[in-house]
Design a binder for this molecule. Structure first.
Ligand code: UDP
Length: 416
């Protein structure tokens, strides 16, 4: 696997580390359990890293020196891809021929490296976009920076070069075909999974609130994830302000946790959200928390009345499924993978658009009927159980087998 811009060893929820990191860690572990050994190449971001680290039995993370350790933004990484590819091919050169059976690249930067590596090694390239420039640019938050044309060109080249493209949802598969002219026969849909051992109802909401020091009777709408305009945590804050305007009595029993750190274009103004909370006059009810490990995040999910995900674009939205697995309903924007992740009216509510008034209305339902968190939460947990990682890993392994089989058939027929 190739993961140039972010390491599976990084803490997700801030900077460049998010759902993709979690995806790679979980997928690699489950593939290893199926007997598929995985090596993940990633860029070294500090000087003290050993060249290789065992993440789990059968999963090795290899650090490649490419560019300065710190202070290199994702946008500057295209200039380091040659150095990265050099490092990858050097690691390969130490092995017997045929050591790697397949390259699975994640995100377009890795796809560019995978294009060359797979070609050089004579193995199939399986690529997962995770997000796509054309899709992101079509639904930007106001004032957010569009993805550059160079990325669009890079993604187009990878779509052409890849033997298989893995999409998170049918919707993403259609986007690959519509926006990037992907060959439909090459696109496979594999829903990401969620670690159902970690994200579960456990001893429930009351116990989680007690542990986190949250009032038992409070309305707790939670935001969790990387803080940047694309994820629209501001829409949640505006919705809370709107709700409190309508229902001032709620102020004494609402707590709004925001768990995560600045990322992407949000890094330019790291305190923007805190300032917005102050401007909206709700700083007293919002609690900003730095990113936490997933065990602790599970506790925040359980404690919440509802998880709110007003994103402008979301290729899947792992956080939505994780929260549901913990027995918490979700209010989400009806974009990208979220209509797959959330069953509207059953495990949560989908909202069209990003008008805070609509989100305030959805939150009001949970304020008016506190038992909704439990009833919808139970349905949410049942829904989330269909997103286990074992299913996702088995489906990915099937894509690998197909890609390898097809390449062998092609080679055989070219020899006849
Ligand atoms: N996450 C975490 N700690 C935090 C906040 C988020 O470990 O404090 C993880 C979370 O469990 C999820 C991932 O970060 O798996 C975010 O994935 P998602 O698909 O929701 O968003 P992405 O980052 O891919 O845009």
């Amino acid at each position: 696997m190739l993961s140039v811009h972010t390491s599976p060893l990084h803490q997700p929820g801030t900077g460049d580390a998010g759902g993709m990191n979690v995806y790679i860690v979980e997928l690699a572990k489950r593939l290893a359990a199926l007997g598929i050994e995985v090596e993940v190449f990633t860029r070294a971001t500090t000087g003290q890293l050993p060249p290789a680290v065992e993440l789990a039995p059968g999963v090795l993370v290899r650090h490649i020196d490419a560019g300065p350790y710190e202070g290199l933004a994702k946008e500057e990484l295209p200039a380091q891809l040659c150095a990265f590819t050099h490092g990858v091919t050097q690691a390969w050169a130490g092995h017997r021929p045929g050591y790697y059976d397949l390259v699975h690249s994640h995100y377009w930067l890795s796809g560019h490296v995978g294009w060359l590596a797979a070609d050089r090694w004579g193995v199939p390239l399986v690529h997962a976009m995770h997000t796509m420039a054309k899709v992101k640019n079509a639904a930007l938050a106001e004032g957010d920076t569009p993805e550059p044309q160079a990325r669009v060109i890079g993604e187009t080249q990878i779509v052409r070069a890849a033997d298989r493209l893995i999409a998170n949802t049918e919707g993403e598969a259609e986007e690959l075909i519509r926006h990037y002219d992907a060959d439909p026969d090459k696109v496979a849909v594999v829903h990401p999974g969620v670690n159902l051992e970690r994200f579960r109802e456990a001893d429930g909401r009351a116990a989680a609130r007690e542990r986190l020091g949250l009032p038992q009777d409070a309305l707790v709408p939670l935001f969790a994830g990387r803080i940047q305009p694309l994820k629209a945590p501001d829409v949640l804050l505006r919705a809370v302000a709107e709700l409190l305007d309508r229902r001032p009595a709620l102020r004494s029993r609402i707590v709004v946790p925001v768990v995560g750190g600045p990322s992407g274009s949000g890094l330019a103004k790291p305190e923007e959200l805190q300032k917005l909370a102050a401007r909206l006059g709700i700083a007293d009810v919002v609690r900003f928390r730095p990113p936490v490990d997933q065990e602790r995040l599970a506790m925040w999910y359980r404690a919440a009345s509802v998880l709110v995900m007003p994103s402008y674009s979301e290729s899947f939205g792992l956080v939505a499924v994780e929260a549901q697995a913990c027995g918490t309903p979700v209010v989400a924007a009806a974009v990208g993978g979220l209509p797959v992740a959330v069953r509207d009216g059953t495990s949560g509510f989908l909202v069209d658009g990003h008008d805070p008034v609509d989100y305030a209305r959805a939150l009001e339902r949970f304020a008016d009927a506190p038992e909704l968190a439990d009833t919808m939460g139970a349905a949410a947990a049942a829904h989330a159980r269909s997103f286990g990682w074992d299913t996702a890993a088995a489906a990915t392994a099937a894509v690998y087998t197909e890609a390898i089989g097809e390449r062998r058939r092609r080679l055989r027929s070219s020899h006849v």
